[in-house]
Design a protein around this ligand. Structure first.
Ligand code: GLN
Length: 292
């Protein structure tokens, strides 16, 4: 079969569901992945013929896309901060927005000469931990997740990216943690309200792990509460807490952090202009007062 015929089938079958531009992206991901050819190959070789076996990959992928399986799960990988990550249905697909959270930490700490102890709460695929371990050579990263399936993915990704991180199965709600242990605590916890489900795309709400996404409508800050408690105790003086948040709750998360004695609160927007990240630090003054 001609590759261009497959492309036509993709558009005919999928454009109504996803739009022409997105379908072109899917098709090119498949060209790169299953044929090991550059995406512009078809433009140079319009008569390119593919084998029956290659064809079957495209058709299998097409039927999964139709059922709403995200393309990253079909291919089994994605990239984050220019690094390759294996993903499956046990982990949230790393989002481009989250790269900005990692960039913020890099901005603040890339000049640091001393060891940086980092704690990542709810690591999922390990994307934040691994990117930090890769780009902050002084970092010693501990990655926590409540799901052992997710931790297996994170461990595999650490090996693939040739970084050492410590992966621990732990639940932030019951976490026992030492004092003044970390320079950086980071988390992208579940923050989507159950009632927001109806606004979400099918391939997110039906395919990605609910455990990583949702919180009860009446407890939107559930995980931030636990994380703030951990941070208050476990951050060293001058240490920073970096969080990804639901765009609706910038003010509420700020208040919560203040209530836990965290200071220098800074809210940042994602590339859509939505409140998405928040940084805070431990309050040195109260720490000193506590020692008086
Ligand atoms: N940003 C993700 C989404 O768009 C949610 C991530 C999370 O809950 N931490 O669905």
């Amino acid at each position: 079969m001609l590759l261009k015929e497959i492309k036509d089938v993709f558009h005919k079958e999928l454009d109504p569901q996803f739009g022409r531009e997105e379908v072109a992206h899917f098709f090119y991901y498949f060209v790169e992945h299953y044929l090991d050819l550059p995406r512009f190959h078809l433009a140079i070789h319009p008569q390119w013929i593919i084998t029956k076996e290659e064809e079957s990959h495209f058709f299998k992928g097409l039927s999964k896309l139709k059922k709403g399986v995200p393309v990253q799960y079909i291919l089994g990988y994605t990239t984050f901060m220019d690094l390759p990550f294996t993903v499956n249905e046990n982990v949230l697909i790393p989002r481009p927005e989250t790269e900005d959270l990692v960039q913020w930490i890099l901005e603040d700490h890339k000049r640091s000469k001393t060891t940086l102890n980092v704690l990542d709460i709810g690591t999922g695929s390990g994307c934040i931990s691994i990117a930090l371990a890769k780009y902050l050579p002084n970092a010693h990263v501990t990655a926590l997740d409540v799901s052992k399936e997710a931790l297996a993915v994170a461990k595999y990704n650490a090996e693939q990216n040739k970084v050492n991180i410590e992966c621990l199965k732990a639940d932030v709600r019951t976490l026992e943690i030492g004092e003044d242990a970390y320079d950086i605590i980071v988390s992208n916890p579940p923050y989507v309200l159950e009632k927001e489900k109806s606004k979400m795309q099918d391939h997110v709400k039906n395919a990605e792990p609910a455990l990583a996404l949702f919180v009860p409508d009446l407890q939107p800050l559930l995980y931030y509460e636990y994380i703030a408690k951990v941070a208050k105790k476990a951050l060293k003086r001058g240490g920073g807490l970096y969080l990804e948040i639901n765009e609706q709750f910038g003010k509420e998360v700020s208040k919560l952090l203040t209530a836990h004695n965290l200071i220098n609160i800074e809210l940042r927007q994602d590339f859509h202009g939505k409140d998405r990240f928040i940084k805070s630090e431990v309050n040195l003054k109260s720490d000193l007062q506590g020692n008086l």
